[in-house]
Unconditional design. Sequence first.
Length: 133
Amino acid sequence: VCEFLHRSIEENQPDAVGAVTEKVKFPYSVKYKINASGFDGILTIVVNEKGAWGTVQFPTWAKGTVEPLRRLRFSGKKIYFIRSATTPAELKKIGAPSYYTQEYSGEFSSDGTMMNGYYLHRGVKNQWMAIKK
């Protein structure tokens, strides 16, 4: 079950920390402006009856390809996903200079309009943030 946190006029049900939550009616799609280590991009998250999926695109990095998020999951206000290029075909499509696997973790703000977190890349912890468009 995925819940996105945001203010709701219809359902004002405070959770344990006082934020207002509402179960999202499917389908649900949201775009965020993301910045990861100085690279600006677009993070898209879609939730429907079949589950959740998403993409990320950094227009000024490599070919600016829209990349699928892997292992996207939510736990309360937390979000987790992997961004990677692990095959020769992915490298060619994305235009990446080398293979990579970046493990992202973050937390939504109480109103769901922002996310902040870190990603691991080759053992180094880097910061990322996203703001709802």
